[in-house]
Design a protein around this ligand. Structure first.
Ligand SMILES: Cc1ncc(C[n+]2csc(CCOP(=O)(O)OP(=O)(O)O)c2C)c(N)n1
Ligand SMILES: [Mg+2]
Length: 892
């Protein structure tokens, strides 16, 4: 291993090593650690200059980072805290065991919290400060699988009833229950952050900590010493998102951020690194990223042994073992530990000679020792200049004994037999007799017991209970009619894209008296693509250090201006990170009591397709704000091909229940949607957020044709009726986004060349129409005796004659999913398939969504209905120049 301390290199005498070590000790004693570090640094440089090739190592030895002499006194009543913790352990276990007794396989986790109890309890008793009107409070991301422990604590605190605990994972029982994991959607007064999709919370925590700084630097909140704590599993760090943003945290000097990684060396199936050392691996990754790393490996029982070990043999031995061996030691007897761990060297054996086997077995790990954990937390909150990660060694399933402690199967353990329950009860001193104990009752001492008094007093001293979610932001008041008015009026023939139109709105919103300060534009290195560079100069790009250089384009009007109070979050190429900022910003109404309104604009193909799970988490968290899928539309973004041209995202937005997904065609539609969105989210407090696709095809933006606002928001409205409504041949054409223009062109062709009078509808949201349809059906099914309701689609088309044809830049399934509420069959055109790198015109021909194909589809439908002759159809194919043998775009 990197951290090996060689005691006898190349025949060197022990005594020589001893001398070097002693002189370092004396420097340490006389001049302190900084001087000692300086000397070592100089020695290293000296060695390099003299040709000594020192091996690179980002590791420190396999020992506690904080030496005993720098360990602060533990400020609490350790014995009382242990008793409280034991009660929480019991109740957490009881929740899972009881739930699985009444409902086989309902699930739940015992061993995660069992290993992390001390890590949480030291936090609850001494560190996590609650939110209040006076203080913003600390922000804590709890490890999802440890949730039973948080519920069990809230039960002791008197915040959750036994009834609620009884219904853990059975939320639909009378009186309600508790959700499996932290879900603000399900428990909006309790949980703040969903954490159970592993890897998301570390990244969200980093961006949360950075967002807190952003709010301070922009003067939206006062600077405080509030911390963001994120508790992770060691197995969880294998998720790429977990470590994916750690350099941002150090670059931004986020000393308001603390990661606590529960290193029980196990994940679900087995060891995290059976053949390696996860702690050392993580240490080097975090140290390499310039984090402050604190290892909490060994408990206080080890201190005297280390003290006796003047030669560094013990540390060396500890660095030799791989995690698989450590796991074995955990479940082994004292005699085994003596033989296999200390037995490697007679000098090591001598160190533990005075200790009986039982004492060897009881040598605690650092993560189970409140004094060590307290020391690490204290050092972390006091640390300045960089984020801190605490790597705490624990045992998975601690205290479960034969029922799972340290075993590979422990993650899944949900049931304990009678003996195992009694043993657990005895080990943690739960006051239940043998008979009662096997019923696994919840146990809470009376309110006036010293345990409950102490627990409450500690929380009072820290400002109240955690976790707790509340909404402190006051609703906005303005209606913003003035702001959006100009966009309802059209572009007077000027060709603009919907992206440009949106950027115009953004520019105006940034200047608004009420929301100007609250708008947070977020962009992952794509601002120029969206024509947003003009905002660089006016709004500024946020940088915590301002701009230390003269930008190369300083002489241009739109130079790259970074500023400490810059408003734009230019995240670089990280859609996941940008989503982290979006979530922090869109939940600030709860987290900080500030109504920031994020506008996250990105390459639409890299949104739902790439970071859908973050979007799901955002939905769970009741995030507010606007996501804008730029350069969207499979045929509207030309030239980019299979990887970029997005015909998927409107489909992928369907499963997220509270996202409103729109595919608008015109500037006024976007204006109506955004204005209404701000009202719904920030005035009325609705828990929705928005996905709006915007395109880069320029065309003249029409004025809003009358008051169609309701139709825009509900998903469809008649944009341009046929001129001759009395014609014999009739059709209804549905277009969305840029493809609406193709439908309008088809309307003209159909009228002039084929005497078909078609109405053209703008379908702004298939998702809205679909949700309305299924809800109407459901209501009717549940209320058969009442007057049936009619889906909005059916109402719109009740008197709309003729054949029905829909075209969009997305999969055909979008229109198809609402066709059953239409009066007649629907022909759907869309962009299923990989596509090609091509220009717009060719792509629309390839995918068969252009005006020619809409025309053909209409004529074909009329032919099927027997309204026109086959010869007309044949002629149309020729006149329209359609190749009937072209490859099927879906599979080619
Ligand atoms: C993204 C994701 N993949 C898989 C899982 C399933 N899962 C839940 S817990 C777990 C093991 C957790 O191990 P670790 O992170 O070490 O936490 P511990 O319980 O050991 O503290 C797995 C694989 C998940 N919750 N999220
Ligand atoms: Mg683990």
């Amino acid at each position: 291993m990197d951290n090996e301390i060689s005691t006898q290199p190349h025949g060197m005498e022990d005594v020589e090593i001893q001398e070097w070590l002693e002189s370092l000790d004396s420097v340490l004693e006389s001049s302190g650690p900084e001087v000692a570090a300086e000397i070592l640094e100089r020695l290293r440089a000296h060695a390099t200059v003299n040709g000594i090739d020192l091996p690179f190592s980002a590791n420190t030895p396999y020992a506690n980072t904080i030496p005993v002499r720098l360990q602060p006194l533990f400020p609490g009543d350790q014995e009382l805290e242990r008793r409280i913790k034991s009660l929480i352990r019991w109740n957490a276990l009881a929740m899972v065991v009881r739930a699985n007794r009444v409902e086989h396989n309902i699930g739940g986790h015992i061993s995660t919290y069992a290993s992390a109890a001390t890590l949480y309890e030291v936090g609850f008793n001494h560190f996590f400060r609650a939110r209040s009107d006076e203080f913003e409070g600390d922000t804590v991301y709890f490890q999802g699988h440890a949730s039973p422990g948080m519920y069990a604590r809230a039960f002791l605190e008197g915040r959750l009833s036994a009834q609620k605990l009884e219904n853990f994972r059975r939320e639909l029982k009378p009186g309600g229950g508790l959700s499996s994991y932290p879900h603000p959607w399900l428990m909006p007064d309790f949980w703040e952050f969903p954490t159970v999709s592993m890897g998301l919370s570390p990244l969200m925590a980093i961006y949360q900590a950075r967002y807190n700084r952003y709010l301070e630097d922009r003067g939206l909140k006062p600077a405080t010493d509030a911390k963001v704590w994120a508790f992770l599993g060691d197995g969880e760090t294998d998720e790429p998102e977990s470590l994916g943003a750690i350099t941002l945290a150090s670059r931004e000097k986020l000393d308001n951020l603390i990661f606590v990684i529960n290193c029980n060396l196990q994940r679900l199936d087995g060891p995290v690194r059976g053949n390696g050392q996860i702690i050392q691996e993580l240490e080097s990754a975090f140290r390499g990223a310039r984090w402050n790393v604190i290892k909490v490996l060994w408990g206080s029982e080890w201190d005297p042994i280390f003290e006796r070990d003047t030669e560094g043999l013990l540390v060396k031995r500890m660095g030799e073992l791989v995690d698989g061996e450590y796991q074995k030691l955990v479940v082994s007897s004292g005699a085994y530990v003596r033989e296999h761990f200390f037995g490697s060297d007679p000098r090591l054996l001598q160190l533990v000679e005075p200790l009986p086997d039982e004492a060897l077995r009881r040598l605690r790990l650092g993560g189970h020792d409140p004094r060590k954990v307290y020391a690490a937390y204290k050092a972390a909150v006091d640390h300045k200049g960089s984020p801190t990660v605490i790597l705490a060694r624990t045992i998975k399933g601690y205290g479960l004994g034969e029922a799972g402690e340290g075993k590979n199967v422990t993650h899944q353990q949900k049931k304990l037999n009678e003996d195992e329950l009694r043993e657990f009860r005895s080990r943690f001193g739960i006051p239940l007799n043998d008979e009662d104990c096997i019923e696994v009752p919840f146990y809470r001492p009376p309110d006036d017991s010293i345990e409950i008094q102490y627990l409450r007093a500690r929380r009072e001293a820290l400002g109240g209970y955690v976790p707790k979610r509340s909404i402190r932001a006051k609703p906005l008041v303005a209606d913003h009619d003035e702001l959006f008015k100009e966009f309802l009026e059209g572009s007077e023939g000027r060709e603009v894209s919907t992206t440009m139109a949106f950027v115009g709105m953004l520019r105006k919103m940034l200047k608004d008296a009420e929301i100007g300060k609250l708008v947070v534009p977020i962009v992952p290195d794509e601002a120029r693509t969206f024509g947003m560079e003009s905002l660089f100069r006016t709004a500024g790009i946020y940088s915590s250090v301002g701009q230390k250089y003269e930008p190369v384009d300083v002489n241009t009007l739109l130079y790259y201006k970074e500023a400490k109070d810059g408003q734009i979050l230019e995240e670089g190429i990280t859609e996941a990170g940008s989503m982290g900022s979006f979530i922090a910003s869109g939940t600030a109404y709860a987290t900080h009591g500030i109504n920031t309104i994020p506008f996250f604009i990105y390459y639409s193909m890299f949104g739902f397709q790439r970071i859908a799970d973050f979007i799901w988490a955002a939905a769970d968290m009741r995030t507010r704000g606007f996501m804008l899928g730029g350069t969207s539309g499979r045929t509207t973004l030309s030239g980019e091909g299979l990887q970029h041209q997005d015909g998927n995202s409107q489909i992928l937005a369907l499963p997220v229940p509270n996202i409103k997904a729109y595919d608008p065609a015109f500037a006024y539609e976007i204006a109506v949607i955004i204005q209404d969105g701000i009202r719904r989210m920030y005035k009325d407090g609705e828990n929705v957020f928005y996905y709006i696709t915007v395109m880069n095809e320029p065309y003249a933006m029409p004025a809003m044709p009358g008051n169609v606002k309701d139709g825009i928001l509900r998903g469809m409205y008649r944009f341009r009726p046929a001129t001759n409504a009395k014609a014999k041949l009739r059709a209804q054409l549905f277009g969305s986004g840029a493809i609406l223009n193709e439908a309008l062109r088809a309307q003209e062709i159909l009228e002039t060349k084929y005497s078909v009078a078609a109405d053209v509808w703008s379908v702004t949201s298939y998702k809205e129409l679909y949700n309305d349809g299924i809800e109407t059906e459901r209501w009717n099914r549940l209320h058969p005796g009442e007057k049936p309701r009619v889906p909005y689609v059916s109402k719109c088309l009740a008197d709309a004659p003729g054949v029905l044809v829909a075209a969009s830049d997305y999969l055909k399934t979008l229109p198809n999913m609402i066709s059953k509420w239409m009066p007649r069959r629907l022909a759907s055109l869309g962009t299923d398939g990989f596509g090609r790198s091509e220009g717009r015109t060719s792509l629309r021909d390839f995918f068969e969504v252009d005006s020619r194909f809409i025309t053909l589809a209409t004529l074909y439908e009329l032919f099927v209905e027997g309204k026109i002759e086959r010869s007309i159809l044949d002629k149309a194919v020729k006149d329209l120049g359609i190749n009937t043998d072209k490859p099927n775009p879906v599979i080619s």
